[in-house]
Write a protein that binds this ligand. Sequence first.
Ligand code: CMC
Length: 392
Amino acid sequence: SGYITLDPGFKNTGATKSAITFLDGEEGVLRYRGYPIEQLAEKSTFIEVAYLLIYGELPSKEVLEKFRADIRKQMLIHEDMKNFFAGFPSKSHPMGQLSCLVGALSAFYPESLNPNPTDEEEDKTIINLLAKMPTIVSWIQKKSLGQPIVYPKNSLGYIENFLHMIFGEVTGETTFDPVVISAMHTLLILHADHEQNCSTSTVRIVGSSNANLYASISAGINALWGPLHGGANQAVIEMLEAIKNDGGDAEKYLAKAKDKNDPFRLMGFGHRVYKNFDPRAKIIKKACDDILEKLGVNDPVLDIAKRLEEAALNDQYFIDRKLYPNVDFYSGIIYRALGFESDMFTVLFALGRLPGWIAQWKEMRDNKEPIGRPRQVYVGETTRDYVESSKR
Ligand code: CMC
């Protein structure tokens, strides 16, 4: 009732108070629970960051060991889940499969349906999600390749286990390049939370109806899928490939991006909040150079990306609108160097963002926030009388 403020896209509306992630778009600052992203990306591990985001503090050694062990024990998924996989066409998009399978987990863990879960029930769901998402992702990868699935190994760390299930063979030892492991930690940490973005707001709003955590995360995965959000990492590599196949003319695509009659946008550029630079992109660009060099990969699209970036940063259109490369601009080039197909990139983003979604859902529930229900300004017809179909 009364006066309603209109703010399409929530450009200027705060929906919640949050103590998880601090972001200063003018200064290019990003901190999780007060810790600068640069320090976490360099010194921490993905599971430690997950604990930090979800529970608020860096864990002691013992607590971290227990957290890791709890996750490791739950990495298997119910064999009946294979029936869901059987129904998907093998080339169907991994994000559709992921959201479906994560939602389906609730069917196997009915205690998650308790609208007021106990701390134990909630922790079990949290552990299950962190443990089973990498396994689900690996099943999706194996299905697309027509290969048998590879089961997790108790002796391996989280990232190692993931890589083992993704790239490992059914028999024989899998060896891991430390460069690849460290790159995966960095990438997942950089993606782990980003305050009230589209998918995170989706998770919070779905959870605000007391929907279960699996269902809320599944909704977040669908929100992330779009090319304006997490889907941008796949779109970037496809754009760079298109430029390469079209003679490598970056300027031509820059002109298309500026043309208001052309729906084309420079993928991996621009951000709702960062108006100076995206601190994650800064770290990723450097990591990209390092990793490609260490792995001895020479990807021609990296040169195109750099030329495109330089041209855009010197172009008045991009300067005026404060458009800079975002986290997605270079991440795909790294994922490709690590051996992932482009349609898996957004799934990797989802794996990274999972702890953030969980932390934000938990914060919303712990704070007993009311159900999310935006208002509107009605602009349709005023009252009119029904007309029989014969008279229309
Ligand atoms: N290429 C060309 N022009 C652009 C771009 C772009 N990538 N991004 C924004 N603009 C223009 C836009 O046309 C508008 O121009 P004008 O003022 O003349 O109408 C102005 O810049 C402001 O853009 P906006 O669309 O009002 O900004 P927004 O905050 O609503 O959108 C965005 C932010 C990220 C959706 C947008 O920049 C975009 O579409 N970028 C490309 C997709 C992308 O890389 N997404 C990943 C975002 S970061 C990670 C994540 O969220 O997953």
